[in-house]
Ligand binder design. Sequence first.
Ligand code: HEC
Length: 195
Amino acid sequence: MIQRQSRQYTFAAIFMGILISGIAAPGLSAEKAADSAAEAERQKALKNPYPNDFGPDKIDAGKYSAEARQGYELMQVKCSRCHSPSRVLNSQFVDVKPEELPNLKKTDPAIFKDPLVWQVEPKIWQRYVKRMMSKPGCELATEDGKKIWKFVVEDSLKRKTGAAAAAWKEHRRKLLDDFKEKHTKQYQELFEPKP
Ligand code: HEC
């Protein structure tokens, strides 16, 4: 009697074991696949440096709008999984509203003349944040992505245009020149596409 009962328990335990592993295994392997896709993305980001990576990874966002300040904090966490926040903060991207373009061309003509220092393009940051969000391993809620976008837009105007344009040019040019010297091949790959 006792023996039969314990055998029943053993069967029950084996059955439960099979059931649980059957449920859990696909979940686990999907998680593993996602982990390795994210790792591959991170390796890709690290293997191919950008001049941006050699500039500072922090700025003072104290005077930015509340939403942009939140975006800055989120950027520090969310955009540093595969590469340093430097890649974001020292980028040539300048995101402007299309209707601001004509005026900007009058007040700030220099920023349209050197695309490796200023790449002025409506929605360029929006496109890039979306592109990064679609990468495996970039777990970012749409709402947080929007705040990061608000930050990079405000930041590109505050630190790269108007009164800040000359200092930005000096900073970005130095990053480019140093990078060209130390990472010549990668520089050519990024900025001198083969015809
Ligand atoms: C999952 C890994 C990953 C995460 C997370 C990630 N990036 Fe990237 N990032 C990359 C890789 C890889 C590249 C190299 C170019 C490419 O694959 O698009 C890159 C390149 C860049 C570049 C350089 C683009 C250029 O052509 O000059 C910028 C700017 C950038 N990322 C911004 C961001 C921002 C902003 C975030 C956060 C919203 C972010 N990244 C989060 C992997 C990532």
